[in-house]
Design a protein around this ligand. Structure first.
Ligand SMILES: Cc1cc2nc3c(=O)[nH]c(=O)nc-3n(C[C@H](O)[C@H](O)[C@H](O)COP(=O)(O)OP(=O)(O)OC[C@H]3O[C@@H](n4cnc5c(N)ncnc54)[C@H](O)[C@@H]3O)c2cc1C
Length: 347
Protein backbone atom coordinates (compact mmCIF):
# COMPACT_ATOMS: atom_id res chain seq x y z
CA UNK A 1 0.00 0.00 0.00
CA UNK A 2 1.00 3.64 -0.08
CA UNK A 3 2.65 5.43 2.83
CA UNK A 4 -0.38 7.75 3.05
CA UNK A 5 -2.85 4.82 3.20
CA UNK A 6 -0.73 3.06 5.79
CA UNK A 7 -0.56 6.16 8.00
CA UNK A 8 -4.32 6.74 7.66
CA UNK A 9 -4.77 3.48 9.56
CA UNK A 10 -2.85 4.83 12.54
CA UNK A 11 -3.11 8.62 12.69
CA UNK A 12 -5.64 11.42 12.22
CA UNK A 13 -3.54 14.60 12.09
CA UNK A 14 -2.52 15.67 8.61
CA UNK A 15 0.75 17.39 9.53
CA UNK A 16 1.88 14.33 11.50
CA UNK A 17 0.97 11.99 8.65
CA UNK A 18 2.79 14.29 6.22
CA UNK A 19 6.04 14.24 8.11
CA UNK A 20 5.83 10.49 8.75
CA UNK A 21 5.03 9.82 5.09
CA UNK A 22 8.36 11.32 4.03
CA UNK A 23 10.18 8.11 5.00
CA UNK A 24 8.09 6.39 2.34
CA UNK A 25 9.58 8.36 -0.54
CA UNK A 26 13.25 8.72 0.44
CA UNK A 27 15.42 7.57 -2.45
CA UNK A 28 12.34 6.59 -4.43
CA UNK A 29 10.76 8.07 -7.53
CA UNK A 30 7.24 7.65 -6.16
CA UNK A 31 4.79 9.87 -4.29
CA UNK A 32 3.42 9.38 -0.79
CA UNK A 33 0.18 8.15 -2.37
CA UNK A 34 1.91 5.67 -4.71
CA UNK A 35 1.43 1.99 -3.88
CA UNK A 36 4.57 0.41 -2.44
CA UNK A 37 5.76 3.42 -0.45
CA UNK A 38 4.53 1.95 2.87
CA UNK A 39 7.36 -0.57 2.51
CA UNK A 40 9.93 2.20 2.02
CA UNK A 41 8.55 3.91 5.13
CA UNK A 42 9.02 0.76 7.22
CA UNK A 43 12.47 0.14 5.70
CA UNK A 44 13.55 3.35 7.42
CA UNK A 45 12.63 1.93 10.82
CA UNK A 46 14.70 -1.21 10.39
CA UNK A 47 17.47 -1.79 12.89
CA UNK A 48 18.59 -0.26 16.17
CA UNK A 49 21.40 1.76 17.69
CA UNK A 50 22.87 0.61 21.00
CA UNK A 51 19.71 -1.34 21.80
CA UNK A 52 17.29 1.44 20.84
CA UNK A 53 14.95 -0.14 18.30
CA UNK A 54 14.10 2.08 15.26
CA UNK A 55 16.61 4.73 16.36
CA UNK A 56 18.54 7.01 14.03
CA UNK A 57 21.66 8.82 15.09
CA UNK A 58 24.55 11.09 14.22
CA UNK A 59 28.04 9.69 14.07
CA UNK A 60 30.63 11.92 15.68
CA UNK A 61 33.05 13.07 12.96
CA UNK A 62 30.42 12.77 10.22
CA UNK A 63 29.11 9.73 8.37
CA UNK A 64 32.59 8.89 7.09
CA UNK A 65 33.52 8.03 10.68
CA UNK A 66 31.45 4.84 10.30
CA UNK A 67 33.43 3.76 7.22
CA UNK A 68 36.63 4.59 9.08
CA UNK A 69 35.56 2.49 12.09
CA UNK A 70 34.79 -0.50 9.83
CA UNK A 71 38.12 0.03 8.05
CA UNK A 72 40.00 0.10 11.36
CA UNK A 73 38.38 -3.18 12.42
CA UNK A 74 39.25 -4.75 9.05
CA UNK A 75 42.88 -3.60 9.29
CA UNK A 76 43.11 -5.04 12.78
CA UNK A 77 41.99 -8.36 11.28
CA UNK A 78 44.75 -8.14 8.68
CA UNK A 79 43.03 -6.48 5.73
CA UNK A 80 44.88 -4.17 3.40
CA UNK A 81 42.71 -1.30 2.18
CA UNK A 82 43.52 0.87 -0.80
CA UNK A 83 41.63 4.07 -1.55
CA UNK A 84 41.95 6.36 -4.57
CA UNK A 85 42.28 3.12 -6.53
CA UNK A 86 39.43 3.11 -9.02
CA UNK A 87 38.65 -0.29 -10.49
CA UNK A 88 38.23 -0.16 -14.26
CA UNK A 89 37.55 -3.80 -15.09
CA UNK A 90 36.90 -7.11 -13.44
CA UNK A 91 39.06 -9.85 -14.91
CA UNK A 92 37.13 -12.96 -15.96
CA UNK A 93 38.64 -16.20 -17.22
CA UNK A 94 36.59 -19.28 -18.16
CA UNK A 95 33.52 -17.90 -16.38
CA UNK A 96 35.38 -17.16 -13.16
CA UNK A 97 36.50 -13.83 -11.64
CA UNK A 98 40.26 -13.82 -11.18
CA UNK A 99 40.96 -10.21 -10.19
CA UNK A 100 40.60 -6.57 -11.17
CA UNK A 101 42.37 -3.98 -13.30
CA UNK A 102 42.74 -0.54 -11.77
CA UNK A 103 42.54 2.74 -13.66
CA UNK A 104 46.13 3.18 -14.80
CA UNK A 105 46.49 -0.49 -15.66
CA UNK A 106 47.65 -2.18 -12.44
CA UNK A 107 46.33 -5.74 -12.19
CA UNK A 108 45.39 -7.31 -8.89
CA UNK A 109 44.75 -11.06 -8.85
CA UNK A 110 42.27 -12.49 -6.33
CA UNK A 111 40.51 -15.69 -5.26
CA UNK A 112 37.26 -13.79 -4.83
CA UNK A 113 35.98 -10.47 -6.14
CA UNK A 114 33.22 -8.83 -4.13
CA UNK A 115 31.63 -5.76 -5.69
CA UNK A 116 29.76 -3.33 -3.45
CA UNK A 117 28.79 -1.11 -6.36
CA UNK A 118 25.55 -1.44 -8.29
CA UNK A 119 24.75 -4.01 -11.02
CA UNK A 120 24.97 -1.51 -13.89
CA UNK A 121 28.47 -0.47 -12.87
CA UNK A 122 29.55 -4.02 -12.05
CA UNK A 123 28.23 -5.89 -15.09
CA UNK A 124 27.81 -3.31 -17.87
CA UNK A 125 30.84 -1.16 -17.12
CA UNK A 126 33.35 -3.56 -15.57
CA UNK A 127 32.60 -6.85 -17.31
CA UNK A 128 30.58 -6.41 -20.50
CA UNK A 129 27.93 -8.41 -22.31
CA UNK A 130 30.19 -11.05 -23.83
CA UNK A 131 30.93 -12.71 -20.52
CA UNK A 132 27.33 -12.83 -19.31
CA UNK A 133 24.12 -14.67 -20.30
CA UNK A 134 21.73 -12.59 -22.43
CA UNK A 135 18.72 -13.01 -20.13
CA UNK A 136 20.83 -11.96 -17.14
CA UNK A 137 21.98 -8.82 -18.94
CA UNK A 138 18.38 -8.06 -19.81
CA UNK A 139 17.57 -8.11 -16.08
CA UNK A 140 20.60 -5.93 -15.34
CA UNK A 141 19.31 -3.37 -17.83
CA UNK A 142 15.77 -3.58 -16.45
CA UNK A 143 16.81 -2.90 -12.86
CA UNK A 144 15.49 0.56 -11.93
CA UNK A 145 17.56 3.36 -10.40
CA UNK A 146 15.61 6.59 -11.02
CA UNK A 147 17.48 8.85 -8.58
CA UNK A 148 15.12 11.41 -7.08
CA UNK A 149 17.11 13.09 -4.32
CA UNK A 150 19.37 16.10 -4.08
CA UNK A 151 21.45 17.57 -1.26
CA UNK A 152 21.98 21.17 -0.29
CA UNK A 153 24.62 21.71 2.37
CA UNK A 154 24.78 25.17 3.89
CA UNK A 155 27.59 26.62 5.99
CA UNK A 156 25.96 29.03 8.45
CA UNK A 157 27.23 31.95 10.49
CA UNK A 158 24.76 31.10 13.29
CA UNK A 159 21.61 29.13 13.96
CA UNK A 160 18.38 29.47 11.98
CA UNK A 161 15.26 30.58 13.83
CA UNK A 162 12.05 28.92 12.80
CA UNK A 163 8.90 31.05 12.95
CA UNK A 164 6.96 28.08 14.37
CA UNK A 165 9.25 27.76 17.42
CA UNK A 166 11.36 30.92 17.83
CA UNK A 167 14.68 30.67 19.62
CA UNK A 168 17.47 28.17 19.38
CA UNK A 169 16.46 25.42 21.76
CA UNK A 170 16.66 21.65 21.77
CA UNK A 171 14.28 21.32 18.81
CA UNK A 172 17.14 22.27 16.46
CA UNK A 173 19.11 19.17 17.47
CA UNK A 174 16.75 16.68 15.85
CA UNK A 175 15.50 16.20 12.31
CA UNK A 176 13.66 19.24 10.95
CA UNK A 177 11.28 18.50 8.15
CA UNK A 178 9.52 20.74 5.62
CA UNK A 179 6.50 18.55 4.96
CA UNK A 180 3.51 20.63 6.05
CA UNK A 181 0.70 18.52 4.53
CA UNK A 182 0.15 15.21 2.75
CA UNK A 183 -1.08 17.20 -0.28
CA UNK A 184 2.13 19.26 -0.24
CA UNK A 185 4.17 16.06 -0.39
CA UNK A 186 2.13 14.65 -3.26
CA UNK A 187 2.34 17.93 -5.21
CA UNK A 188 6.12 17.88 -4.84
CA UNK A 189 6.02 14.51 -6.64
CA UNK A 190 3.57 15.73 -9.31
CA UNK A 191 6.20 18.12 -10.65
CA UNK A 192 8.88 15.43 -10.68
CA UNK A 193 6.54 13.03 -12.49
CA UNK A 194 6.54 15.47 -15.41
CA UNK A 195 10.31 15.88 -15.43
CA UNK A 196 10.84 18.98 -13.27
CA UNK A 197 12.36 19.40 -9.84
CA UNK A 198 9.87 20.29 -7.11
CA UNK A 199 9.32 24.03 -6.80
CA UNK A 200 8.22 23.51 -3.21
CA UNK A 201 10.18 20.42 -2.23
CA UNK A 202 10.17 18.12 0.76
CA UNK A 203 13.27 18.99 2.80
CA UNK A 204 14.76 16.98 5.64
CA UNK A 205 17.26 19.10 7.55
CA UNK A 206 19.74 18.39 10.28
CA UNK A 207 22.27 20.61 12.03
CA UNK A 208 24.95 18.08 12.92
CA UNK A 209 27.21 20.77 14.44
CA UNK A 210 24.82 20.96 17.41
CA UNK A 211 25.68 17.41 18.38
CA UNK A 212 29.23 17.38 17.01
CA UNK A 213 30.84 20.86 17.17
CA UNK A 214 34.05 19.45 15.64
CA UNK A 215 32.45 19.74 12.20
CA UNK A 216 32.75 23.57 12.07
CA UNK A 217 34.72 26.45 13.65
CA UNK A 218 33.28 27.81 16.95
CA UNK A 219 29.95 29.61 16.47
CA UNK A 220 29.51 28.33 12.90
CA UNK A 221 27.12 25.60 11.83
CA UNK A 222 26.32 23.21 9.03
CA UNK A 223 22.77 22.75 7.81
CA UNK A 224 22.53 19.56 5.80
CA UNK A 225 19.39 19.35 3.66
CA UNK A 226 18.15 16.21 1.96
CA UNK A 227 15.72 17.25 -0.77
CA UNK A 228 13.07 15.63 -2.93
CA UNK A 229 12.26 15.66 -5.67
CA UNK A 230 15.26 16.11 -7.92
CA UNK A 231 14.62 13.69 -10.80
CA UNK A 232 17.74 12.43 -12.54
CA UNK A 233 16.10 12.88 -15.94
CA UNK A 234 14.89 16.42 -16.54
CA UNK A 235 12.39 17.12 -19.29
CA UNK A 236 14.10 20.39 -20.22
CA UNK A 237 17.69 21.50 -19.75
CA UNK A 238 20.43 19.76 -17.83
CA UNK A 239 21.35 19.58 -14.18
CA UNK A 240 24.53 21.49 -14.94
CA UNK A 241 22.31 24.42 -16.04
CA UNK A 242 19.73 24.01 -13.30
CA UNK A 243 21.92 23.29 -10.26
CA UNK A 244 21.87 26.88 -8.93
CA UNK A 245 18.16 27.30 -9.55
CA UNK A 246 17.55 24.13 -7.58
CA UNK A 247 19.72 25.44 -4.71
CA UNK A 248 17.81 28.77 -4.75
CA UNK A 249 14.48 26.91 -4.61
CA UNK A 250 15.62 25.02 -1.52
CA UNK A 251 16.83 28.18 0.24
CA UNK A 252 13.60 30.05 -0.70
CA UNK A 253 11.53 27.19 0.71
CA UNK A 254 13.48 27.14 3.98
CA UNK A 255 13.17 30.93 4.22
CA UNK A 256 9.37 30.57 4.35
CA UNK A 257 9.84 28.75 7.67
CA UNK A 258 13.11 30.26 8.95
CA UNK A 259 13.19 33.86 7.65
CA UNK A 260 16.73 34.58 8.90
CA UNK A 261 18.31 31.79 6.86
CA UNK A 262 19.57 33.88 3.92
CA UNK A 263 21.51 36.28 6.12
CA UNK A 264 23.32 33.33 7.77
CA UNK A 265 24.61 31.54 4.67
CA UNK A 266 28.38 31.80 4.22
CA UNK A 267 28.79 28.81 1.89
CA UNK A 268 26.59 26.54 -0.17
CA UNK A 269 27.06 23.17 -1.84
CA UNK A 270 24.34 21.87 -4.15
CA UNK A 271 24.43 18.21 -5.17
CA UNK A 272 22.06 16.99 -7.87
CA UNK A 273 21.54 13.29 -8.68
CA UNK A 274 23.96 13.80 -11.56
CA UNK A 275 26.61 15.06 -9.13
CA UNK A 276 26.01 12.08 -6.85
CA UNK A 277 26.45 9.75 -9.84
CA UNK A 278 29.62 11.52 -10.92
CA UNK A 279 31.23 11.75 -7.49
CA UNK A 280 30.53 8.31 -5.95
CA UNK A 281 29.45 6.20 -8.91
CA UNK A 282 25.82 5.64 -7.87
CA UNK A 283 23.95 5.07 -11.15
CA UNK A 284 21.42 7.84 -11.82
CA UNK A 285 22.26 9.13 -8.36
CA UNK A 286 19.97 6.64 -6.64
CA UNK A 287 21.03 6.77 -3.00
CA UNK A 288 20.15 3.10 -2.42
CA UNK A 289 21.85 1.63 -5.51
CA UNK A 290 18.41 1.09 -7.03
CA UNK A 291 14.86 1.76 -5.97
CA UNK A 292 13.32 -0.05 -3.03
CA UNK A 293 10.28 -1.04 -5.09
CA UNK A 294 8.53 -4.38 -4.72
CA UNK A 295 9.78 -5.87 -7.99
CA UNK A 296 13.35 -5.42 -6.78
CA UNK A 297 13.16 -6.30 -3.09
CA UNK A 298 13.70 -9.42 -0.97
CA UNK A 299 14.27 -12.48 -3.21
CA UNK A 300 14.08 -10.20 -6.26
CA UNK A 301 16.96 -7.91 -5.26
CA UNK A 302 18.74 -7.17 -7.46
CA UNK A 303 17.02 -9.69 -9.76
CA UNK A 304 15.09 -12.92 -9.68
CA UNK A 305 17.35 -15.94 -9.28
CA UNK A 306 20.33 -13.87 -8.13
CA UNK A 307 19.33 -12.68 -4.66
CA UNK A 308 21.97 -14.69 -2.79
CA UNK A 309 24.90 -12.40 -3.56
CA UNK A 310 26.24 -14.77 -6.22
CA UNK A 311 26.39 -13.87 -9.92
CA UNK A 312 26.65 -15.88 -13.17
CA UNK A 313 30.44 -15.41 -12.89
CA UNK A 314 31.95 -17.82 -10.36
CA UNK A 315 33.75 -16.19 -7.44
CA UNK A 316 32.22 -12.80 -8.26
CA UNK A 317 29.75 -11.54 -5.65
CA UNK A 318 27.58 -8.47 -5.18
CA UNK A 319 27.67 -7.13 -1.63
CA UNK A 320 26.29 -3.58 -1.66
CA UNK A 321 22.92 -1.90 -1.27
CA UNK A 322 21.64 -3.35 -4.55
CA UNK A 323 21.40 -6.67 -2.71
CA UNK A 324 19.04 -7.75 0.08
CA UNK A 325 18.04 -6.02 2.37
CA UNK A 326 18.83 -2.86 0.38
CA UNK A 327 20.14 0.61 1.11
CA UNK A 328 20.99 2.41 4.31
CA UNK A 329 23.96 2.70 6.59
CA UNK A 330 23.45 -0.68 8.21
CA UNK A 331 26.05 -3.04 6.76
CA UNK A 332 23.56 -5.88 6.40
CA UNK A 333 24.11 -6.65 2.69
CA UNK A 334 27.89 -6.74 3.21
CA UNK A 335 27.64 -9.07 6.20
CA UNK A 336 25.22 -11.45 4.47
CA UNK A 337 27.38 -11.50 1.33
CA UNK A 338 30.50 -12.23 3.41
CA UNK A 339 28.75 -15.22 5.03
CA UNK A 340 27.89 -16.65 1.58
CA UNK A 341 31.46 -16.09 0.35
CA UNK A 342 32.85 -17.91 3.40
CA UNK A 343 30.52 -20.84 2.68
CA UNK A 344 31.69 -21.06 -0.94
CA UNK A 345 35.38 -20.95 -0.15
CA UNK A 346 34.89 -23.56 2.57
CA UNK A 347 35.64 -21.46 5.65
C1 LIG B 1 22.74 11.83 -0.30
C2 LIG B 1 22.57 10.54 0.45
C3 LIG B 1 21.97 10.55 1.70
C4 LIG B 1 21.80 9.35 2.40
N1 LIG B 1 21.26 9.40 3.65
C5 LIG B 1 21.24 8.29 4.40
C6 LIG B 1 20.87 8.35 5.78
O1 LIG B 1 20.61 9.42 6.31
N2 LIG B 1 20.83 7.19 6.48
C7 LIG B 1 21.14 5.98 5.92
O2 LIG B 1 21.09 4.96 6.61
N3 LIG B 1 21.51 5.89 4.61
C8 LIG B 1 21.58 7.01 3.86
N4 LIG B 1 21.98 6.95 2.55
C9 LIG B 1 22.19 5.62 1.95
C10 LIG B 1 23.51 4.99 2.36
O3 LIG B 1 24.53 5.97 2.33
C11 LIG B 1 23.87 3.85 1.38
O4 LIG B 1 22.79 2.96 1.26
C12 LIG B 1 25.11 3.11 1.90
O5 LIG B 1 26.22 3.97 2.01
C13 LIG B 1 25.44 2.00 0.95
O6 LIG B 1 26.61 1.33 1.36
P1 LIG B 1 27.33 0.36 0.36
O7 LIG B 1 28.54 -0.12 1.07
O8 LIG B 1 26.36 -0.61 -0.18
O9 LIG B 1 27.76 1.24 -0.88
P2 LIG B 1 28.54 2.62 -0.98
O10 LIG B 1 28.57 3.33 0.33
O11 LIG B 1 27.99 3.30 -2.19
O12 LIG B 1 30.05 2.10 -1.25
C14 LIG B 1 30.52 1.79 -2.53
C15 LIG B 1 31.96 2.27 -2.61
O13 LIG B 1 32.52 1.89 -3.87
C16 LIG B 1 33.31 2.97 -4.34
N5 LIG B 1 33.43 2.86 -5.80
C17 LIG B 1 32.53 3.20 -6.77
N6 LIG B 1 33.03 2.95 -7.97
C18 LIG B 1 34.26 2.43 -7.79
C19 LIG B 1 35.29 1.96 -8.67
N7 LIG B 1 35.16 1.99 -9.97
N8 LIG B 1 36.44 1.51 -8.12
C20 LIG B 1 36.63 1.48 -6.76
N9 LIG B 1 35.69 1.90 -5.89
C21 LIG B 1 34.53 2.36 -6.40
C22 LIG B 1 32.57 4.21 -3.93
O14 LIG B 1 33.43 5.32 -3.92
C23 LIG B 1 32.09 3.80 -2.52
O15 LIG B 1 33.05 4.12 -1.56
C24 LIG B 1 22.20 8.12 1.82
C25 LIG B 1 22.84 8.12 0.58
C26 LIG B 1 23.03 9.32 -0.10
C27 LIG B 1 23.73 9.30 -1.44
Amino acid sequence: MSAADFLDQWFETDVLKATMSASGIIGTFLGVRSPGTAYVLLHHYMGEIDGAFRAWGFSRGGTGAISNAIAAAAREAGAEIRTQAGVERILVQNGRAIGVVLEGGEEIRAEVVSSSIDPRMTFEKMIGERELPGDFMEEVRRYKYRGSSGKVNLALDGLPEFAAIPGTGRHLRGAISVSPAVDYMERAYDQAKYGEFSRRPYIDMVIPTLTDPSLAPPGKHVLSCFVQYAPYNLKEGTWDDKRDEFGDTVVDTIAEYAPNIRSLIIGRQVLTPLDIERSVGLSEGNIFQGELSLEQLFFLRPMAGWARYRTPIRRLYLSGSATHPGGGIMGAPGRLAALEILKDIGK
